[in-house]
Design a protein around this ligand. Structure first.
Ligand code: SF4
Length: 304
């Protein structure tokens, strides 16, 4: 432990965690550092395992994203996919992951699926899990039927970004992790970036997310906002919303990013070395956030 430096970097999820609860932010990005090593001190290891927990909705979202990535690889290789057998495979894999999580395998192998509902022994009826896998199937079925997908498939797959052209870039001295789910060049030479959504709408969050993609286009690919098309594809409905971006809106996103980075660094005792002290990171007053927090068992065990 301690050999890999904990360097400061920014991401949307880091910003979300910071906004939700400063203590959670500390535990996630500092307290659990080094816990990937099975020989780490027990408290750090415990935090690291808790950090990996995903709610069932997050898990379902990841399953859909991974399946779409797989589908694009097949399309790029010139293969077509039989939709229903493909979806059946995805659901079968979900069953395996669910069983692994239920058996607590993640405690020994923290990178395997770890569901919040299992760690916190939330008793859900089988119908709830069935609804989850049905939702995954609906999202994937809708994906295959999207006119946007048909449009994408008319473009050259050589110019698709399936696993991202780049995931991290430098923003005014801070590494920023940010990449669209999918990108392609339209036939008329415009850059299209797509965000696949599998859950309910979060209007503000979505706008910031897409704004971050516009920043990605500008910083990583050197494409100005006027030449970028941003798509938010809500796979549950299904509904595709297209957004236009402008230089002014991009400037506002940059300002939002600067502010977020500054706020996070202001909490550190040594910003240059990226070192923080737990006591400086207050616990949220909003117990509704604690209810679904991965670290509840160590931070507020009285809420069990
Ligand atoms: S249990 Fe509550 S106070 Fe503690 S880290 Fe989680 S959200 Fe923050």
């Amino acid at each position: 432990m301690g050999e890999i430096a904990n360097e400061f970097s920014w991401s949307r999820s880091r910003d979300n965690t910071f906004q939700d609860c400063r203590r959670r932010y500390f535990l996630h990005y500092y307290g659990s550092w080094g816990g990937w090593d099975a020989g780490a001190p027990a408290d750090i290891r415990r935090l690291y395992i808790l950090k990996q927990l995903a709610s069932r909705q997050q898990w379902a979202g990841r399953v859909v994203h991974d399946a779409i990535e797989m589908a694009f690889h097949a399309f790029a290789g010139g293969r077509d996919l039989p939709v229903e057998p493909f979806i059946a495979d995805v659901v079968e894999r979900m069953r395996g992951e669910w069983r692994s999580s239920k058996a607590g395998r993640y405690r020994e192998s923290p990178k395997t699926v770890a569901l919040f509902e299992h760690e916190y022994a939330i008793d859900l009826k089988p119908e709830v899990w069935q609804a989850l896998s049905r939702n995954v199937a609906v999202c994937l079925r809708n994906f295959f039927r999207l006119p946007l997908l048909a449009t994408i498939r008319t473009t050259s797959s050589e110019h698709w970004s399936i696993e991202h052209w780049s995931k991290v870039f430098d923003f005014e001295g801070t590494p920023v992790w940010m990449a669209p789910d999918f990108g392609f060049w339209t036939d008329d030479g415009r850059l299209a970036l797509v965000d696949w959504k599998t859950g309910g709408a979060t209007p503000d969050g979505a706008a910031f997310q897409l704004g971050c993609y516009a920043l990605y286009a500008a910083e990583v690919l050197g494409v100005p906002p006027a030449k970028v098309e941003l798509f938010e594809a809500n796979l549950r409905e299904p509904e595709v919303t297209q957004l236009q971006w402008s230089d002014e809106r991009l400037a506002a996103i940059k300002e939002q990013l600067r502010l977020s980075i500054r706020s996070m660094k202001a909490y550190l005792v040594d910003p240059a070395a990226n070192v923080g002290a737990i006591a400086d990171f207050e616990k949220t007053e909003d117990l509704r956030i604690c209810k679904w927090c991965n670290f509840r068992v160590v931070c507020r065990p009285e809420l069990a």
